[in-house]
Design a protein around this ligand. Sequence first.
Ligand code: ME8
Length: 505
Amino acid sequence: MSKRSDHYYLTTPIYYVNASAHIGHAYTSIAADIMARFQRLQGKEVNFLTGTDEHGQKIARAADAAGVTPQQFVDGIAQTFRDLHTTLGCSNTDFIRTTEPRHIAGAQKFWEAAAAAGDIYKKTYEGLYCVGCEQFYNEKDLDTEGRCPIHLKKPELLAEENYFFRLSKYSDALKKHFDEHMDFVFPQNRQKEMRHLLDEGLEDISISRSVEKLSWGIPVPGDDSQVMYVWFDALTNYVTAVGYGDEAQDDFFTEWWPANAHVMAKEINRFHALLWPAMLMSAQLPLPGKIVAHGWLTVDGQKMSKSLGNVVNPLDIISKYGLDPFRFFLFREMPFGGDGDFSFTKLEQRYRADLQNDLGNLVMRTIAMDIKFCEGVVPAITEATHEIFWSRYAEHMEKWEFQLALEVVWDFVRSLNQLIDKEKPWTAAKEGRTADVDRTLYTLIEGLRQIAFAISPFMPASSEKILAQLGFESYEPQFEKIMEWGLLQPGGVLLAADPLFPQLT
Ligand code: ME8
């Protein structure tokens, strides 16, 4: 039994529940959703995991400040994250919480596997700890004022006896993996950054806390005086969610693991590209296919984070512009992988130019002309212009180049608008050139059908709406079929269209 090739498993980070979700979380989850939907278009069965990271110092303190128990606190916020994924149209098939029994049992099994490999030992340690990052820092990695570069806060001095994981033992194996898999980390500059860290050398890492200092964690197997370090606990969610450590789920686990991709932003790339693969090697499990470490979303040029307090709520954007335009904008405007800036002005520009003008008008004009010149029926044709954009589109999608994939689609949208202007079906109709009218209208309708499929990972509701307006109801969601020019049968009846993208008020 091994990982099935028709299975695609991808994950988002599990989000901390110390505060509510913002557009940065939405960005990652929508990116993963786009890939999940694209893989399904290609006929893959997809396991799409997201969830919440609920242990650790940061959560314990937030609960304390709110005057409730950690469990009460996390129950409330975990639900808001779950709801957010529904609101964002995410097609996740699972949602894991690290306080669930399935996770706790699996994380403990994982610890035991690493211990059995001789990779866990006890040591007294003193270090500078940033609670915001849940991470120890070396002095050289702090800024000139001795602050954590992410939260701009001075870390706390921690001294205690902890368990350590022999991360250093895996340096060479990791180097080899990076050298043999040149695109293990996307984008390429972050692969290089990690490879460079490997050259600098990895140090063993503390993976537990004493219960006296922090009780909100998963107990270390065989030692009640310690709980697991929150990152060791959290990373294992990717395997516990698919049944790791549960004998009854052994077959399920081997059919799904390893994950095809873990998606996140760059600040936690190191945990995913170095620590997690080392942990997997220790537990003798195969490594994930790809680490997708995208950039940071800023808002009007400002860095945004829960800790800094300048957050944008995705619900406010969705209620004003609609879900699909929000999803589209995030991946049309900014190259996925790099940092990107969110602004309402740019969103409105894209809304008007790309959505209302290019796509919305194409749909409206096509349907209106078909109703006028072809009685609202898909015309029969003998030949039609045939533009193949699928292979270019699919190539970009496979490489997580979402912006380039959308550019390919929008080139096609614009070429169909130009076709209308060139062929002038109204003139052809007046001159009685019926075959010309039919050919142009068929090209437009069949072209729009293909566009609707291509945008479906980004704008699922708009895609369905276009297909319904074209009278295209039943289809096999499989790439080879969707790509075929002429799948749209003549004789179907079109529906008069509502504007896809209404005027902004
Ligand atoms: O790090 N731009 O959780 P977290 C882009 N629990 N993405 C952003 C973002 C921004 N401004 N802000 C947040 C944790 N994100 C750990 C993860 S995984 C085993 C444990 C997204 O709640 C992005 O994916 O701090 C980032 O990596 C993640 O949220 C951090 O979420």
